[in-house]
Design a protein around this ligand. Sequence first.
Ligand code: PMP
Length: 369
Amino acid sequence: MAELSRRMRALVQPHLASIEPYDPAFAPCRINLSANENTYPVPEPVRAAIDAALAATPLNRYPDPMANALRDELAVWHGLARENVCVGNGGDELLFNFLFAFTGRGRTLVTCPPDFSEYAFFASLVEAGAVAVPRDPETFAVDGDALVAAAATADAVIITSPNNPTGNLVPLPLIERVCSACPGLVMVDEAYGEFAPAGSSAVPLIARHDNLLVLRTLSKAFGAAGIRLGYVLAAPDVIDVLAAVRQIYSVNVLTQAAATAAVRLRGAYRPVVDQIVAERARMTERMAALAPAGVTVWPSAANFLLVRVPAAAEVRRRLRDEYDILVRDFSATPGLAGCLRLTVGTPEENDALAAALTRLVTTEAKELS
Ligand code: PMP
């Protein structure tokens, strides 16, 4: 979308006059490895259960506002109670509602960029003061002491683990230090949590820290980005706030039915997640082998890899135009010069991407420079 018209710039709230909507830079391609979706088929028994649940769902009635059947299923999974769960129309809606409720004009949100760009965007919508604790420019590790210091005066903190787009985890002891230091609320965004090693999740810390929220989504490991279902786990009084500010029917009946069926059969996704993790290791090796051609790859605990390549924007364009493969270009993002983000797909998709990238950065390297 272009800038707002002159007329609209005069009519919207002043702080919205220069707002630019999130642009995922989507283009239809044969292989789409640009949005960290799960490109594997939904496991057959899950697909059948979802289809049956959808077919049995009446459309004439409003949804259960809080989606209690789904909340119960999520609560059982995570060893919590219904009162610890709030669902939303994707994690995005919950992120916005979190910032809407707990930050705003004159309040501060601490984040650790480069991270998920929606945080800064939503913070600007609600006029929160954004305090950045930048990551190490080489390793993307969070500066723990700086984060704890910033958290000590913050209304809200968002920690992404694994982080998008850098792929690395934040250690749980640091998350606990931040929770203890922060007088406000600390959200750990675990959109990619299922791809991380066991024991990396902050969910068990909720019992000890009543200012901790953990955000999860069915958009990644569950291969259900299209149904738009995210959820927050937190102390009951935090959930009460999210419940109070949300649009009551934001999670529609079809999404509730599909998500409940999928979460009930969550064990069926294990082989898919395991395969993505194995493919991640294989792709990491393939990218690391391109080091002589100037390629850097960072270790990832998510379903994507961040790579630095020569002439990144050009490589991304040629992958799209000549190979029909879409990846995400982060080379214009501060701290991510030369970086592309590659979603880990099926073995065939990964092979096609690795072969095309190898060609572009080796045999054709001269053309690019
Ligand atoms: N957090 C992070 C870090 C993400 O990358 C995403 C999706 N790109 C989300 C939250 C939101 O996901 P969704 O709205 O699809 O649940």
